[in-house]
Design a protein around this ligand. Structure first.
Ligand code: NAD
Length: 392
């Protein structure tokens, strides 16, 4: 099949297997080009097929030589439709890891379910004994709990409506958007999906099965961002879930059995989940421009390299006063935020070309789905039926 991008709203419904492979390879090559280090050796990555989770898996494997077990929720091709990008990324990662002599297996299914937790634990017991790190990097729109209830997360404000600028990426127009406040039920559902309850269930299940070491480290990801995004993010419904995630980290550590849980506050980047948030994509496209001009721009792989090699395992764990790891340190530099703010105040449809890095935004967006990769012939036929080696 000749695979072309089909963009619908803020997702692309096709993915290119060779492009995904090339992009995974470029992330691996980046890590290979950096000094190797000593760190964790057996890593479980929950949400390992895209974005920060995939980058965490690549860094664990290629910086520390770790065995990685990934949990994904992806689809193979059915013959007429392409597989998901996460499927192709995982197939490529496993192929590279095996060729490089690294253990890599993947379980495909709903990470929130008991069935998948049981499968993961069985694989750990059989192949690895115990894991010494758990990365929790889920970004999900909904969660079904054991009693069958479906909770759907929302990206809304809390308390009162908020109006600010947003961008329609397709028509390249800037307009005002008003985001309505979430109801109490919607806030609670968002906490169920994106808060820490499931993270804790994973750690408890691993402990009960004796499948996690006594001094293991676990990390989950969060975002804070500048004032202009607070109403929709840090103080919004997703922010309430992230507050819960943070309290969960404290609870896991407070159990005092040696396992340490951290929240890493990461940089805003184009991923499948951030593209869906109102206001944020316009902020990101300005941020990209400013960070590139200041020569401090990073993608998921550079962020995760820094997390694993400097902040988490490069000696003492580096945190702020509230015990959070700050990978958003460069994004939040006063000179970066002051430049972003000036552009934000002035931004309109007419000056998008001079005030944003929209090309960089779109390039990252297409790359999420395996398009725009160097060295891939997108006019050539490709086999969309790729196997993930460890999945039957
Ligand atoms: P992403 O959409 O790129 O990746 C999410 C991953 O979760 C995918 O691999 C997806 O397949 C997997 N997943 C979703 N539902 C699942 C399920 N039910 N079972 C198993 N796997 C499932 O998202 P991302 O941006 O990398 O986000 C990861 C974490 O990082 C989130 O907690 C997010 O809030 C946080 N974060 C993101 C940003 C950003 O700007 N993108 C910034 C800071 C923090």
């Amino acid at each position: 099949m000749i695979v072309k991008p089909k963009v619908r709203g803020f997702i692309c419904t096709t993915a290119h297997p060779d492009g995904c492979k090339a992009i995974v390879k470029s992330q691996i090559d980046y890590v290979k080009s950096q000094p190797k280090a000593d760190g964790v050796k057996k890593v479980l990555v929950i949400g390992s097929s895209m974005g920060y989770g995939l980058a965490s898996r690549i860094v664990s494997a290629y910086s520390f030589g770790a065995a990685t077990l990934g949990v994904i929720f992806d689809k193979a091709s059915n013959g007429s439709r392409t597989g998901t990008a996460g499927w192709y990324n995982t197939a490529a990662f496993e192929e590279f890891a095996q060729a490089d002599g690294l253990y890599a297996k993947t379980i495909n299914g709903d990470a929130y379910s008991k069935e998948i937790k049981d499968k993961v634990i069985e694989t750990i017991k059989k192949d690895l004994g115990k894991v010494d790190m758990v990365v929790y990097s889920l970004a999900a729109p909904r969660r079904t709990t054991a009693d069958g209830t479906i909770y759907t997360s929302v990206l809304k404000t809390v308390g009162k409506a908020y109006t600010n600028k947003t961008i329609d990426l397709k028509t390249k127009t800037v307009s005002d958007i008003t985001v309505e406040p979430a109801s109490e039920d919607e806030i609670n559902a968002t906490i169920k999906v994106m808060g820490g309850e499931d993270w804790k269930e994973w750690i408890e299940a691993l402990k009960a099965a004796d499948a996690i070491t006594d001094n293991a480290v676990t990390v989950a990801y969060s975002y804070i961002g500048p004032e202009i995004t607070h109403a929709i993010y840090a103080d919004g419904s997703i922010g309430k879930a992230k507050d819960h995630l943070f309290r969960t980290a404290q609870e896991i550590t407070a159990a005092d059995d040696g396992i340490k849980a951290y929240i890493s506050v990461n940089k805003a980047l184009v991923t499948q989940s951030s593209a869906a948030i109102p206001i944020v994509p316009l902020y990101i496209s300005i941020l990209y421009k400013v960070m590139k001009e200041h020569n401090v721009h990073e993608g998921c792989i550079e962020q995760m390299y820094r997390l694993f090699n400097q902040k988490l395992f490069g000696g003492e764990v580096q945190t702020d006063a509230e015990c959070r790891i700050r990978l958003d340190d460069l994004e939040m530099l006063p000179e970066i935020q002051s430049d972003v703010n000036k552009l934000w105040q002035d931004i309109s449809t007419e000056n998008l070309d001079t005030h944003t890095d929209l090309d960089g935004y779109w390039d990252d967006f297409y790359k999420l789905f395996g398009f725009n990769a160097d060295g891939v012939d997108y006019d050539a036929d490709t086999d969309i039926d790729k196997k993930i080696p460890s999945i039957e």
